[in-house]
Structure formats: structure tokens, C-alpha cells
Design a protein around this ligand. Structure first.
Ligand code: DAH
Length: 348
């Protein structure tokens, strides 16, 4: 006796066999289409049930439904397995352990001159000075004339100058500023007292380099003008500055010096780091190291600015950042700062 259930158990068997061989999602879809799709083999059997006598319809229908559910479940299972395999393959080559520390990033640092400049400016800002800037290319007028250094004045020898022949006629009226002092004039031109500023900037000198001289350097100019400013203010401000930058225990000393734009002029010295005042090679056996020039603003400059010289007085100072960085870090040659040797720079 042939049983009507034969072809459908065959369908079940072959379906399960083929499903076992399916190895990607397009094969899987083709399989589903072939058995469970609208025109699939099993679907056709289920449709044919309607034509059968009641008895057969019952038993065959139950069996066909069981097979349908089994194939559907098997389909879902196979689909999940294929998806798992696919994900496993993709991530195989790129496994990521999120608990591992990342590769270290090399950290840069500020140039030692920038560090010292920022510290110096911060010290003055904390004492109430404002930071302003001026041009590196300057007129003879601001760099020299207005600072009481006329063309034939022997004091011009203090600054070896890089001139700019801007008209091409050899006339000397423009230059690379040799110091930041021209900013004293520039500020006074457009400001009324009280004035309390510091001006950082690059300066240039036409000179041969050696361990203590470079053709480019960084200066900070200071200027304070007000009713009744005295030499005591100058000494107090600069002594406080030296202690903030070099340490509380520093000794400072003022000594007469000459600069055409101040009267009197002076230099500030601190006791030598190396020998603590005994006298050594670094300090030229004097026990002292000069760190800046300063003085009381010349009354003629006050008057030229249009301020009342009977009422207003002021002090000015100029310091070299490279000099201070050398002293702070015990560097023996100023030229290291601009040689761009990373072995040197990475030490700061
Ligand atoms: N400009 C001077 C120089 O480069 C330094 C200086 C001295 C600045 C005395 C001043 C000052 O403001 O009062 O050598």
C-alpha cells in the first residue's frame, strides 16, 4: 500500500539534507524559496490537502504542519549560525583588547625661551603690569632718535644695527629693532598716565655669535609712569621680580650704568648661583651677575610725550630672556637655544 505520507516524509528528509549543505545566505534563501516559498514543495502539498478525503486530510495535514514548523525552525537556526560565522570571520583579524593601554603619545613641550618668557610676563602681570607688543621692523626715530640717541651719538655703538634699505637709496631710516625700548615712545604717544606695561619681543643685532651673544634675542621692556613714581618704586618692583623668578633667598644689587633714555641709569645684578657671591668663572670673579638695565625715564622723554614733567615721573627697564634662561637652567652657551637640536630642547 502506498501511503500518501510518503512523498511528504521524503520532502522532509531531502529538505533537511539540503539545509545541512547550505553555506551562505543566498543558498539559504534559495532553499527557503524551494520548500517554504509560495510555490515551494511543502506549500504545494499543503494546498493539495483540500482535495483529499476528510480522513486523509486530517492525518496528512497534521503531519505536513509538523514538518512545516520543523523546517521553519531549522531555517531560523541555520540563518543564525551563518550570521555568527560571518561575524566571527570579519572580527578574526581585528580582535581588540580594550583593556590594553594605548600606545604612548610622545609629549611635546614649550621651548625653554617661551617657558621663561611666560614666567617673566606672569611675574609682572601679577604685579599689575599689562602686556603689549610692538613691531620688529622699526624706524630709526623710535629705535634711536626719540630715545635720545641721535645719529652722531657715540651711544649708537652700544647697538650694532641691521639696517633695512627700504627705499633702495641706501638711506638709513628703517632697521630691525635692536631693543624693545622703542615701545616706550610708541606707548607714550597714544596713552596718558598712569602707565604700567611690559613689552616682550624679538630683537636683532649685527654681531658675531659666541657663547653669550646671538644675533637674535628676546627682550622684555618695562615702563611705569605716574604721578610721583620714584626710584624706590623701581627698586622695589625689580627686587620683587628677581625673587619671583630666581627665588626668595636671592640678593640683588643696583649699580650705576649709562643709557641715554634714563637718568639715572642702572643695572640690576643678582648674586651668582654658582659661587653664591664668592667669585667664579661664571660671574667673572665678581660674585654678581647682571640681569637687566633700568633707570628713571629721562625728563626730556616725559616732556616730549606731552606729559607735564613737573608732575609725572617714571621708570623703565629692559631684560634679556635668553640671559635669564641661561642662568635658570645652567646652560653654558646661548647658541644652544636656537640650534634646534631636539636632544637639547627635550631636556626642558
Ligand atoms: N634697551 C637696553 C638694551 O637693549 C636695555 C635697557 C636699559 C632698557 C635701560 C631700559 C632701560 O628700559 O631703562 O641694552
Amino acid at each position: 500500500m502506498t501511503s500518501v505520507s510518503d512523498p511528504i516524509s521524503e520532502i522532509e528528509e531531502s529538505a533537511m539534507r539540503e539545509l545541512g549543505r547550505v553555506s551562505d545566505s543566498s543558498q539559504l534563501e534559495a532553499w527557503r524559496h524551494g520548500y517554504l516559498g509560495r510555490k515551494g514543495k511543502l506549500t504545494r502539498v499543503l494546498r493539495g490537502l483540500a482535495d483529499l478525503p476528510l480522513e486523509e486530510r486530517r492525518s496528512l495535514g497534521a503531519e505536513a504542519n509538523r514538518i512545516k514548523l520543523r523546517l521553519q525552525a531549522a531555517y531560523q537556526e541555520q540563518r543564525a549560525r551563518l550570521e555568527q560565522d560571518r561575524v566571527a570571520k570579519v572580527t578574526e583579524g581585528e580582535r581588540l583588547d580594550v583593556t590594553l593601554p594605548g600606545p604612548p603619545l610622545p609629549r611635546g613641550s614649550l621651548h625653554p625661551i617661551t617657558q621663561t618668557l611666560r614666567d617673566v610676563l606672569e611675574a609682572f602681570e601679577n604685579m599689575g603690569f599689562q602686556v603689549v607688543e610692538g613691531p620688529e621692523i622699526e624706524w630709526d626715530y623710535y629705535n634711536f632718535e626719540a630715545l635720545r640717541i641721535p645719529a652722531d651719538h657715540p651711544a649708537r655703538d652700544m647697538w650694532d644695527t641691521l639696517w633695512i634699505d627700504h627705499e633702495g637709496d641706501g638711506r638709513r631710516s628703517m632697521l630691525l629693532r635692536t631693543h624693545t625700548s622703542p615701545n616706550q615712545i610708541r606707548i607714550m604717544e597714544h596713552t596718558q598716565p598712569p602707565i604700567r606695561v611690559v613689552v616682550p619681543g624679538k630683537c636683532y643685532r649685527f654681531e658675531a655669535t659666541d657663547p653669550t651673544h646671538e644675533w637674535m634675542m628676546t627682550q622684555v621692556e618695562g615702563l611705569a609712569i605716574d604721578d610721583g613714581i620714584s626710584m624706590a618704586d623701581l627698586k622695589g618692583t625689580l627686587t620683587e621680580f628677581a625673587r619671583r623668578i630666581f627665588g626668595e633667598e636671592r640678593s640683588v644689587a643696583f649699580r650705576c650704568d649709562y643709557f641715554p633714555f634714563v637718568e639715572p641709569g642702572m643695572e640690576l645684578r643678582i648674586d651668582c648661583f654658582i659661587c653664591r657671591g664668592e667669585g667664579c668663572r661664571t660671574c667673572g670673579r665678581t660674585g654678581w651677575i647682571e640681569i637687566l638695565g633700568a633707570g628713571m625715564v629721562h625728563p626730556e622723554i616725559i616732556a616730549n610725550a606731552g606729559y607735564d614733567p613737573d608732575r609725572y615721573t617714571g621708570f623703565a627697564f629692559g631684560l634679556g630672556i635668553e640671559r635669564i634662561a641661561l642662568l635658570r637652567h645652567g646652560v653654558d652657551d646661548i647658541r644652544h637655544f636656537y640650534a634646534n637640536d631636539l636632544r637639547f630642547l627635550q631636556q626642558f
